[in-house]
Design a protein around this ligand. Structure first.
Ligand SMILES: [Zn+2]
Length: 443
């Protein structure tokens, strides 16, 4: 499958930043009016991409087979903090919560950590062996408030995600996993003592995940956003070019398709009060231009993201030629994959730090690159689908955000793109602003 060995250590080659605000061409505004239905090939599952929860369970239950280790426990460079204000200028605070060891039953012992007063959201990150899926067996916040009930694993058919039992949804991640609280108005964060228990499992046998022992590090970003309902935010982007379709870092910001996509991303995130700040471009040597997702092959997504290497902090976006998912129905195209919901903020990158985007268009397939980018970034910042792909009969599950419409195809986080879609609601916006990477925007 690989065109080059996955172990090939060729590094990412950064090139100079081309200005904080590249001269993007005005958005053409015509993408939603082409008259072409925004649907991919019939039978396409999770057209928006298998980003941890995008794919039907058949895919998710075997989505991991990473090799090697991915342990990133170093605190990030949040800058100086003083005793009076532990959050500092970045409005976030890193807590090294220690090491958890899961026994043969996959269950780790309880682990507690203290979060400063004034905390309005937390992102908890686990890092462990790359071939091991990690999730929360339970989580409680200050005053014993239950965020993830400890009964959910025993009652669930699948450890891959907790949805119905967890209004604040969580999704397992391979080797590295992150969990954002709150990601629904039904949950809240706050200063004080938090307690969690990690759970580790393996996807070696599709459909029958096995509890495994594992040692993982636990880190927490405590985030302070007291003005989340009115706040203006900012994210920086790292465009990592694999060279697919001849688009290297030297021409990426002048390439019409990339420019149009960036313009659309700016427009869509402006609707969530988030500006796109620095846009940096890099050349990245990937193991393969064609990346497989699913059925134990999620290693390729991790390998691809790991190839980005060290870049300044931002949302890493890796452009490859094509992503496809292997399902019971065969290989299906995937537009994009996010490294997690949310993704872990990592100094120097990592196997889940970013999103992967396929540039290839199938015959007759409309170009929804801008919305795909925005959709995957929003996953990475913590938003689940408003409506999941429907099962064989019935409709897909709805999210735990009350102001999103049921099966509303105009929402950016609907499972599949539709003409003119791109809306983010106020409550979705609040979730995005709780992610540690969404810095303060221009006044
Ligand atoms: Zn999605």
């Amino acid at each position: 499958m690989y065109e080059a060995s996955a172990a090939d250590p060729r590094p990412t080659r950064p090139i100079p930043v081309r200005g904080k605000r590249p001269p993007c061409r005005a958005v053409d505004g015509a993408r939603g009016a082409t008259g072409i239905p925004y649907a991919l090939a019939a039978g396409c599952l999770g057209c928006w991409g298998g980003d941890g929860t995008d794919q039907p369970d058949a895919v998710q239950q075997a989505a991991v087979s990473d090799a090697g280790m991915d342990v990133a426990s170093a605190p990030d460079a949040d800058g100086a903090k003083d005793a009076a204000d532990p959050f500092g200028a970045t409005e976030r605070f890193w807590i090294d919560a220690g090491v958890a060891t899961a026994n043969k039953d996959g269950q780790a012992s309880l682990l507690s950590f203290q979060v400063p007063a004034g905390t309005t959201s937390v992102e908890i990150t686990f890092d462990g062996p790359a071939a091991t899926l990690l999730t929360l067996a339970e989580l409680s916040g200050p005053d014993g408030r239950i965020v993830v009930p400890k009964t959910w694993l025993a009652e669930s058919k699948s450890p891959y995600r907790c949805t119905v039992a967890c209004p604040n949804r969580i999704a397992a991640g391979p080797g590295s996993a992150a969990f954002l609280v709150p990601n629904t108005p039904a949950a809240s964060a706050g200063g004080g003592a938090w307690t969690l228990r990690a759970f580790a499992f393996s996807a070696q046998a599709p459909g029958t995940p096995l509890a495994v022992d594992a040692t993982l590090t636990v880190g927490v970003h405590a985030v302070r956003r007291p003005d989340v309902a009115t706040r203006k935010g900012r994210i920086d982007l790292n465009l990592c070019m694999s060279g697919a379709f001849g688009i290297g870092a030297d021409i990426a910001l002048q390439h019409a398709r990339i420019q149009d996509a960036l313009s659309e991303v700016r427009t869509l995130f402006a609707g969530a009060r988030i500006e796109i700040g620095a846009v940096r471009v890099f050349d990245t040597v990937v193991p393969s231009m064609i990346v497989q997702h699913g059925l134990g092959a999620d290693a390729e997504i991790g390998d691809a993201l790991a190839a980005i290497g060290e870049v300044p902090e931002g949302v890493n976006i890796l452009f490859v030629q094509r992503i496809f998912a292997v399902t019971e129905a065969g290989a299906v195209p995937v537009l994009g994959v996010a490294g997690g919901i949310p993704g872990p903020v990592r100094p120097g990158g990592g196997r889940r730090s970013g999103v992967v985007i396929g540039l290839e268009l199938g015959a007759g397939q409309p170009d929804v690159l801008g919305r795909t980018l925005a959709h995957e970034i929003a996953h990475w910042l913590g938003l689940f689908h408003t409506t999941e792909a429907p099962p064989a009969s019935g409709i897909g599950a709805h999210d735990a955000i009350p102001d999103t419409g049921d099966d509303d195809v105009s929402n950016l986080m609907h499972w599949s793109p539709a003409a003119g879609s791109g809306k983010l609601t106020l409550q979705q916006t609040n979730v995005l602003h709780g992610h540690p990477l969404v810095g303060a925007g221009s006044p």
